[in-house]
Design a binder for this molecule. Structure first.
Ligand SMILES: Nc1ncnc2c1ncn2[C@@H]1O[C@H](COP(=O)(O)OP(=O)(O)OP(=O)(O)O)[C@@H](O)[C@H]1O
Ligand SMILES: [Mg+2]
Length: 435
């Protein structure tokens, strides 16, 4: 996707982020809920495609309905929200029922025949379904500025892709064109959704926001967790933790996916990523390691060239990081996981000024759970696109990857996932999001 799609428009209403959010969400009389922070993040996005995905009850459907209502005061605006079947749409508390709760008694008018709310501005919000492949042709001549899918993993990729052709606006309209989806992991579409948003997402500017139960303080978490406790362990991980790597019968990594090579090509894009151990080692414990993984990429093939692993106090860690930067090939970009809070800022600043002065070095705040960050590495290695340079660390590496995420350690996986992320980003991620 072109960056331009996500860049600011020239319309004054949409010029200022705070003003934009205030007008289209906080002061929007059609939206009775105040968005929680993750929902707000979702509503602030202006890139073309985004998925709010993860735990059941995280507030995903609410956020989708809010997104659809964002511009209903603007004449000509048209939004559509899909569930796979009409019955799914009409269930109590599902999208149509929820919209009814929000909008009945207002000046918006409901047409039960075509399942459309019309607002005083003339803007429309329609509810649709795509039970069979041919259903998509019912929307053939329509045109929308927001197309939303609730429970995206219940849809086929072909249905989702077809609807792109209905995403259109008039010349110079300030309203962004948005494909928005909400979903739990699992279901028939799990693999294509994961591939589209988590594996390829960053490359194409498709934003994935991960939903957790904790993100929705409006839900009675205790009773909800109790009611999910009867589920099998995999479904529980999908629904309760929003874990996209949990698959019935599926592994995240198999050791045979990684081919060992004697040599790697000379012309590689190189990233060294340091995953820092949070605590200092104590006797008789099995603490985390600090791990620095050097990963190179060329034409979509990744080479893990070196892994440094240390379990020592800060002076030894610092000495290793400095020495490693001195020995890494010229052109290597070095990244370090930035711990939350001011101590993290201080540590990065210290490394930038004192330890790695003169090297290309950045601190990176990690996002989402480790298992989620490992998804692109998992997909690439399954496709045979991750190779290991033959070295003594290979055995430890393969053991840790094979045991992930249940194993005792995950620091190498995390460092490699961090390096992957930096190698895959094209352009500047900040250009795709606000905040
Ligand atoms: N910002 C909010 N303010 C008030 N209530 C909210 C808010 N967000 C969500 N809720 C309420 O919390 C409950 C769960 O939210 P929602 O149905 O959107 O979650 P979900 O992630 O779509 O869940 P599921 O995975 O089960 O579909 C709903 O009753 C919803 O109305
Ligand atoms: Mg929902």
């Amino acid at each position: 996707m072109s960056q331009a799609t996500c860049n600011s428009t020239n319309h004054s209403l949409l010029k200022n982020l705070t003003e934009h959010f205030k007008l289209t969400v906080l002061e929007n009389k059609w939206i009775p809920h105040q968005p929680h922070p993750k929902q707000a993040q979702f509503l602030l996005l202006r890139c073309k495609e985004a998925l709010y995905g993860g735990a059941a009850g995280g507030g995903k459907s609410d956020a989708l309905l809010m997104a659809a209502l964002q511009y209903v005061d603007m004449p000509g605006y048209s939004a559509i929200l899909f569930r796979r079947t009409f019955n799914d749409l009409a269930l109590p508390k599902a999208l149509m029922d929820r919209a009814n709760e929000w909008l009945s008694g207002t000046e918006a008018r409901w047409n039960g025949e075509n399942h459309t709310w019309t607002f005083p501005s003339g803007a429309k919000l329609t509810f649709g379904y795509l039970e069979n492949e041919k259903d998509k042709y019912r929307y053939q001549s329509a045109e929308f500025q927001l197309i939303g899918f609730d429970e995206l993993t219940q849809f086929l990729e072909s249905q989702y892709r077809y609807l792109f052709s209905r995403l259109r606006r008039l010349e110079r309209s300030p309203i962004p064109l948005r494909m928005r989806a909400a979903s739990n992991p699992g279901n028939v579409g799990h693999d294509w959704v994961k591939q589209r948003f988590m594996t390829e997402g960053l490359t194409y500017g498709r934003i994935f926001i991960s939903a957790r139960l904790e993100d929705n303080p409006s839900l009675d978490k205790k009773t909800y967790v109790e009611s999910l406790s009867e589920l099998d362990p995999i479904t529980k991980r999908q629904y309760l933790d929003g874990d996209w790597t949990a698959r019935h019968g599926g592994n995240i990594f198999l050791r045979e996916w990684f081919k060992i090579v004697a040599e790697a090509p000379a012309e590689l894009k190189l990233v060294r990523f340091w995953d820092m151990a949070a605590t200092e080692p104590k006797p008789n414990t099995d603490p985390d390691y600090t791990v620095g993984a050097l990963v190179g990429e060329q034409n979509g093939i990744y080479y893990v060239l070196d892994v440094k692993r240390i379990r020592s106090g800060p002076p030894q860690v610092e000495a290793l990081i400095k020495q490693t930067a001195q020995l890494d090939p010229a052109g290597t970009r070095t990244f370090m996981e930035q711990e939350p809070g001011s101590s993290g800022v201080g540590q990065i600043d210290y490394y930038a000024r004192q330890v790695l002065q003169g090297y290309s070095f950045w601190g990176i705040k990690s996002t989402g759970p480790k298992a989620e960050r490992a998804v692109p590495v998992s997909s690439a290695s399954e496709a045979g696109n991750v190779k290991l340079k033959q070295a003594p660390w290979n055995g430890v590496f393969l053991d840790e990857f094979e045991g992930f995420p249940q194993g005792a350690h995950d620091d190498i996986v995390d460092a490699v996932s961090g390096a992957f992320l930096q190698l895959r980003v094209k352009g500047d991620v900040r250009a795709w999001t606000f905040g």
